[in-house]
Design a binder for this molecule. Structure first.
Ligand SMILES: NC(=O)c1ccc[n+]([C@@H]2O[C@H](COP(=O)([O-])OP(=O)(O)OC[C@H]3O[C@@H](n4cnc5c(N)ncnc54)[C@H](OP(=O)(O)O)[C@@H]3O)[C@@H](O)[C@H]2O)c1
Length: 326
């Protein structure tokens, strides 16, 4: 009886090890180049994958700006990274991506106070219902629109500091994304719609990198969309209560750690020789084909133009008279 129990436990452990290795498959940590003299912004750098990314950039000597919405969490993360790395050039700056006003205020303060920008890591993300002060769905604005505006406002500084890079933390969830450029960013309700909005925003991330790369051709600024893997962070804090007992143990057992999840964003930010892959989608530190909607150049262009209108970079025009009667 006792030996049967022991055998059962050993089999279960073996099975766990096999499944866990298969699912997590973290890329091995890589040697990174020294980054002294380089300045990086990491949005959502106060926790999860963003904090792990910021820690590594600071360890390599970069000046790192943690752009986060919570001052206590942002200040605490900056302090922890300074202590852990001995790099004093890590600072918190306030940025709430759910407010276009806050994005503009952050960009102005950054441009006033920081002469260089070599790495922009658009990492912050949520999966939650609700409406922002600008009237858009929270998830779509934080994950895509806010980052779109931020990137546009900082583009000239990136170009002046070139060679420079933009890394957009997307997700494999883009495979279920559906985007209608005429109806972007509508607020959503309920668990299913919220999940769909998350997938839509991640498809927008993949297409944003694609179109940005096209528009930056001939400059020394390149950009990449990345899937960090499935990572045990606070991203899933807004899951329905009934799902948590199932989800939390799974995440704890099988998902990557935040440091493992940071490997692909760090690879795209620092690895030499990636310029020819600008606009591509990376997972496990390798360029991979995104799902078909993530390769749709027409959709990428339409998303770009709609995003410009929604964030107020070009005016909302009434439909042309000819189109009105149609
Ligand atoms: N975890 C995964 O399995 C997974 C898989 C694929 C892709 N991703 C992507 O990875 C990125 C990082 O997510 P994570 O897993 O590290 O999640 P996380 O632990 O929840 O961290 C998200 C970060 O975003 C910040 N944030 C949220 N709303 C914000 C806002 N309005 N303005 C500014 N910052 C805001 C959070 O700040 P607060 O501390 O103030 O909340 C936090 O620092 C996201 O883009 C996510 O979509 C994650």
């Amino acid at each position: 009886m006792c030996s049967a129990l022991l055998l059962g436990a050993a089999l279960l452990l073996g099975l766990y090890a096999l499944v866990s290795r298969g699912l997590r498959r973290p890329a091995p940590p890589r040697a990174r180049p020294p980054l002294r003299g380089r300045t990086a912004i990491v949005t959502g750098g106060s926790g999860g994958i963003g904090a792990a990314t910021a820690l590594e950039l600071a360890r390599c000597g970069a000046r790192v700006i943690l752009a986060a919405r919570s001052a206590p969490r942002g200040e605490a993360a900056a302090r922890r990274i300074r202590t852990e790395t001995g790099n004093a050039e890590v600072r918190f700056m306030h940025l709430d991506l759910a407010s276009l006003r806050s994005v503009r205020a952050f960009a102005s303060a950054f441009l006033r106070e920081e002469p260089h920008l070599h790495l922009l890591i658009n990492n912050a993300g949520v999966s939650a219902g609700g409406r922002t002060e600008d009237g858009y769905g929270l998830t779509f604005q934080v994950n895509h629109l806010g980052h779109f505006l931020l990137t546009q406002l900082l583009l000239e500084r990136l170009q002046r500091s070139a060679p420079s890079r933009v890394v957009i933390v997307a997700s494999r969830a883009h495979c279920s994304g559906r985007l209608d450029p005429a109806a972007l960013g509508r607020p959503v309700r309920g668990a299913l719609q919220t999940f769909q909005a998350y997938c839509d925003s991640k498809l927008a991330n993949v297409l944003h990198a694609r179109e940005l790369a096209t528009r930056l051709q001939g400059t020394d600024v390149t950009c990449y969309a990345v899937h960090p893997g499935f990572v045990n962070t606070e991203l899933f804090r807004h899951l329905p209560r009934w799902l948590k007992p199932l989800f939390v143990p799974l995440a704890w057992l099988f998902f990557r750690t935040a440091a493992e999840g940071a490997e692909t964003p760090l690879h795209c930010a620092t690895q030499e020789g990636l310029e020819r892959f600008s606009g591509r989608y990376f997972a496990d530190c390798r360029p991979q084909e995104p799902w078909p909607p993530g390769r749709d150049d027409g959709l990428a262009r339409a998303l770009w133009e709609a995003s410009e209108r929604l964030v107020g970079l070009v005016p909302h025009l009434p439909p042309a008279p000819a189109a009105r009667g149609q």
